[in-house]
Design a protein around this ligand. Structure first.
Ligand SMILES: [Zn+2]
Ligand SMILES: [Zn+2]
Length: 196
């Protein structure tokens, strides 16, 4: 079994987990976990994800607050050009002390413990010695992936008829032969023939 301290996402928090009111700063790059998005839009596994924040101990666990920056690759929704951009997001998560959770699940406060369980809560490992932020990074980044990424706000997109990039060819247009005018032209020709 792999040891938790060998995980690239394990952060030693033993110093602050001992009592309330302590703080441990985190300012480092972590590899992007797998499973963030897909080929079209996502964060490549192993890419540098910068995490800057802190673990702050309270009575029943650690509060983790951080800013997370990750290189997201995507495709412009309008012109399909590839985009690589650093996306930054803030996260707040709770790492409750294990013994508190065990006590809760064994005792009569079951329901309260169930209510406290949320997606922003992650377990501490090795008796509170380590916080593993792999799942936290994945959850946070998956949630933050842009749904409709644009290469720029005013991207003109592609010509709907021939696919030419309208950003590079702003004057591009097609001669439109309107079917109504085609009908009029026929009528005109007919009238001219009758007049002769
Ligand atoms: Zn675009
Ligand atoms: Zn066109």
């Amino acid at each position: 079994m792999p040891r938790i301290e060998d995980s690239p996402w394990a952060i030693s928090v033993a110093q602050v987990a001992s009592r309330a009111g302590l703080s441990k700063a985190v300012d480092a790059d972590f590899p992007a976990p797998s499973g963030i998005g897909d080929e079209v839009i996502g964060v490549k596994e192993g890419a540098d994800v910068h995490v800057s924040g802190s673990f702050d101990s309270i009575v029943d666990g650690l509060i983790f607050t951080a800013r997370i920056s990750a290189p997201v690759h995507a495709e412009c929704t309008r012109c399909l050009k590839p985009i690589v951009k650093d996306w930054t997001t803030s996260v707040t998560a709770f790492f409750p002390y294990e013994d508190k959770r065990e006590a809760a699940s064994a005792g009569e406060v079951d329901i309260v413990a169930g209510e406290e369980e949320s997606e922003d809560t992650y377990p501490l490992l090795s008796n509170g010695a380590f916080a593993d932020i792999e799942a936290l990074l994945r959850d946070t980044l998956v949630e933050e992936l842009p749904l409709q990424p644009l290469c720029r706000e005013d991207c003109r997109g592609l010509c709907s008829q021939c696919g030419v990039d309208l950003n590079e060819n702003p004057k591009h247009h097609h001669e439109v032969t309107d079917i109504r005018f085609a009908g009029l032209a026929d009528l005109k020709a007919q009238l001219e023939r009758e007049q002769q």
